[in-house]
Design a protein around this ligand. Structure first.
Ligand SMILES: [Zn+2]
Length: 289
């Protein structure tokens, strides 16, 4: 399995925390019909995107990207010791899979200069913090944590109405430690890192484009979850806050990167998770490289 990619002057490592059957496809994607699922079952099983019970298989991972100037972690995955009673595989877990994956990539927590979250959902903020003497502290001690202001403001307001545990235990402690930066969509880090606004899954969702002068790689976050959605960009998932906008965003993102050299690094597609967007009929595929 490929865990490392080199493109332009970037080195990209996948840091996998879990890869497992997640939610039945017909439940996860409300617009998916049994007929369309049947038409696509064979290739999806072949691609390990679907199991024998028609449950979608998702990968949960971070990416660590080394530019000539910085080491950047994109999305911080699930985390340990966090109360997530709705998800037994995430609830109060204590495994060392993530730490071992970082270690295998030759990265220590002290090496990370920036943490960027594509959005502030539970499986993208988990390792922002770790438990130390009963308190949540930033996992990456030197890092600046970059949050899109629009996304942060949305969850801050939601959390004020009723506590959102991943916001409370994995975002606010970073803010209290003054390690955060709230940025607009024109934010750049040096000449290698740019934001691609991609709203729909959440109001302030961003993709992150990297490369000097051109997009050598793009990190797509949760603007799509399954390779089925490259073939059917109109299919949104039940967790998309604005399903219609998510569908429009998905198609325009896929169109933007279609038949370019940009490496598309998805958050949740099954391994290898990374590929190049190619046209297929009136839609797209993410072709492994
Ligand atoms: Zn996600």
């Amino acid at each position: 399995m490929s865990l490392k990619y080199s493109v332009g002057d970037l080195t990209i490592h996948r840091i996998i925390e879990q890869e497992a059957p997640f939610i039945p496809a017909l439940d996860f994607i409300p617009g998916l019909t049994p007929e369309v699922l049947t038409e696509n079952r064979a290739w999806m099983r072949e691609a390990k995107a679907l199991d024998d019970q028609d449950v979608l298989i998702l990968c949960f991972q971070s990416y660590v990207v080394k530019t000539p100037h910085h080491t950047i972690l994109i999305d911080s995955c699930i985390g340990n010791d966090k109360p997530r009673p709705q998800r037994p595989a995430w609830n109060m877990k204590t495994d060392d899979t993530y730490a071992r994956a970082l270690n295998a990539a030759g990265v220590s927590v002290g090496d990370i200069d920036f943490v960027m979250c594509t959005h502030l959902h539970v499986d993208h903020v988990g390792w922002n913090t770790r438990l130390e003497n009963g308190r949540w502290v930033p996992t990456f001690p030197k890092a600046r944590y970059v949050f899109a202001k629009q996304e942060y403001d949305h969850w801050f307001a939601e959390n004020a109405k009723a506590e959102i545990p991943p916001f409370a235990d994995s975002v606010l402690p970073v803010v209290e430690a003054r390690r955060h930066e709230l940025v607009g969509n024109d934010h750049q880090i040096g000449d290698h890192v740019r934001i691609v606004p991609t709203p729909g899954h959440t109001p302030g969702h961003i993709a992150v484009a990297m490369g000097r002068g051109k997009d050598d790689a793009v990190f797509s976050g949760d603007l799509m979850h399954s390779p089925l959605q490259t073939l059917y960009p109109e299919l949104s998932i039940k967790f998309d806050v604005d399903p219609a906008k998510a569908a429009t965003t998905r198609r325009s993102f896929l169109e933007r990167y279609c038949d370019t050299d940009t490496l598309c690094c998805t958050a949740h597609f099954p391994s290898p998770s990374v590929g190049k967007i190619k046209r297929k009929g009136n839609a797209f595929v993410c072709a492994a490289v």
